[in-house]
Write a protein that binds this ligand. Structure first.
Ligand SMILES: Cc1cc2nc3c(=O)[nH]c(=O)nc-3n(C[C@H](O)[C@H](O)[C@H](O)COP(=O)(O)OP(=O)(O)OC[C@H]3O[C@@H](n4cnc5c(N)ncnc54)[C@H](O)[C@@H]3O)c2cc1C
Length: 479
């Protein structure tokens, strides 16, 4: 019997888990994928929004501004990359100016610090590659960029270190209430808890509707992106938005916290919340719309593309808290953008309610800090030499594009909630994220995974079951 079961190990579930791990509680996280951060949390813009977009008074607005304020300290505590690079929203003609004014007032009402409207001259000075057609812009210096994988993994890992159990490859098939406990049926057996947290992303409506009378409906909204090489990572320094539409914040152009250039997303409602395919039309649309914001977008530097799925709830705000007709059932549903930015505050907000219900006591042995995996790419010459002296595998380069060594890969595998798949290694170390997109390093990484996990090489997967790399040997076919 668990005190709390959380369904979903995205940034939301992981943040709630970490906050609950401050307390003397038995907590279990159930995740259908083979790793944490395999849902929407792995495929988004990575922006820590300033907080001027959301309607004043909404939960989105409140948690966004709080989450933004918390991100810097959290990044230091849990050692993940975060940078306050500032956000800019462009107006392309005078007709857009009233909308900029509206966003400015909304930002002020939400408590966003330093937000202002800047003219074309200042804009060009800040961002020389901005299109000449931009007449003015909203500037929010508190906007930032974060690594969404590292944020989520750091939260989950720290929760695990503090006693939270994670069961991966475990899909919840049904939930029901029996007396004062919840029975959570999965493809790996049934688990029981006093409190159940629904952080199931695009599937949060399915889980919610199994328990509650007031049904909710999540619309899966697809967003496609193009990621460009680090060569052009300094093409812009702030995150460049266009005025928002009813489908969201529009196509942005931004540096990533790792020094790439990112542009996207589209916004198309789809039926299948797992459909993360990219399309020629979608990517062409991204590049066409991004080119409205900047001159000479370096489209030849695109190294990969990807799709993320927004969990848009029809009522257009987050649904967070205890369900009225189901005591002990807590939703974190409809967590679309700015869910990443909100995550630190959302975790605290929900954990407060849960610990109040369970009358939980704080532990005195909570470990608040975590050290990330050493990063040879960013390390100074002295730091590199020190690491190599301690472990010569830090001199064995596996991924040439991102300078990732065998030492880093071993660390990614053997730390708590360690990587068991190629994508798990990629998200923890960046091996395979560079220009060649794993063409060079994947065979070597697969070998290391097999060796370290004591598996046969044919069992090593890219991510979930069915994505095994090796299907046989060339010579067998010849024979
Ligand atoms: C295109 C796009 C751009 C975005 N850009 C930004 C941005 O720049 N800044 C920002 O702040 N936010 C952004 N967001 C929003 C942000 O990414 C999400 O709000 C956030 O990642 C949601 O996290 P989550 O944990 O709620 O959902 P997820 O990450 O989807 O996690 C839910 C988890 O639940 C698991 N699950 C579901 N059903 C079951 C089941 N039955 N059994 C077991 N496990 C289950 C899933 O496998 C998944 O891992 C963007 C979103 C998209 C799609």
């Amino acid at each position: 019997m668990y005190d709390v079961i959380i369904i979903g190990a995205g940034v939301t579930g992981s943040s709630v888990a970490r906050e609950l791990s401050r307390y003397d509680l038995k907590v279990l996280v159930l995740e259908k994928n083979s790793d944490v951060c395999e849902g929407t949390s792995k495929a988004n813009s990575g922006i820590v929004h300033a907080g001027f977009d959301a309607k004043p008074g909404s939960l989105k607005a409140k948690l966004n501004v709080q989450g933004n304020r918390m991100m810097e300290d959290l990044a230091k505590e849990l050692d993940f990359p975060f940078k306050r690079n500032g956000s800019i929203v462009l107006a392309f003609d005078e007709a857009g100016r009233p909308e900029l004014e509206r966003l400015l007032e909304q930002g002020k009402a939400n408590g966003v610090e330093g937000v202002e409207i800047i003219d074309r001259a200042r804009l060009k000075e800040m961002e020389p590659n901005i299109t000449d057609t931009a007449v003015a812009a909203l500037y929010a210096p508190t906007g930032g960029i974060v690594c969404p994988f590292n944020l989520t993994i750091a939260l989950a890992e720290n929760a695990a270190v503090n006693g939270v159990e994670f069961k991966l490859d475990t899909s919840v098939t049904n939930v029901r209430k029996e007396n004062d406990k919840y029975l959570v049926e999965t493809d790996q057996g049934t688990f029981e808890s006093k409190v159940l947290v629904n952080a199931a992303g695009v599937h949060a409506d399915t889980i919610h509707n199994m328990i509650c009378e007031d049904k909710i409906h999540i619309i899966a909204r697809k967003g496609e992106y193009c990621l460009m090489d680090k060569k052009v990572g300094d093409f812009v320094s702030s995150t460049i938005f266009q005025l928002p539409t009813k489908y969201g914040k529009g196509v942005l152009v931004t540096p990533t916290v790792h020094g790439n250039l990112l542009t996207g997303p589209t916004a198309v409602d789809i039926e299948d919340g797992e459909n993360t395919t990219t399309t020629g039309d979608g990517l062409a649309d991204v590049l066409r719309r991004a080119a409205l914001s900047v001159e000479n977008l370096p489209t030849r530097q695109v190294i990969t593309s990807f799709t993320g799925i927004r969990a848009h709830e029809e009522k257009d705000d987050f649904i967070i808290g205890e369900a009225k007709d189901a005591p002990g059932f807590f939703d974190a549903a409809g967590i679309e953008s700015p869910g990443l930015s909100c995550a630190p505050a959302l975790g605290v907000y929900l954990a407060d309610q849960i610990t109040h219900r369970l009358n939980a006591k704080k532990k005195d042995n909570f470990i608040a800090t975590r050290k990330g995996i050493p990063n040879m790419f960013l390390a100074s010459a002295e730091e590199r030499q020190k690491l190599i002296a301690e472990n010569p595998l830090y001199a064995n380069v596996v991924c040439r594009c991102e300078l990732v060594t065998e030492g880093e890969i071993l660390e990614a595998i053997h730390r708590p909630l360690g990587a068991t798949t190629l994508d798990g290694i990629k998200r923890r170390t960046r091996a395979g994220m560079g220009r060649c997109q794993a063409g060079f390093c994947s065979p070597k990484t697969v070998e290391i995974l097999a060796r370290e996990l004591g598996k046969d090489i044919s069992e090593i997967r890219k991510n979930n079951p069915g994505s095994e790399f090796l299907t046989g040997f060339d010579k067998d076919d010849i024979e």
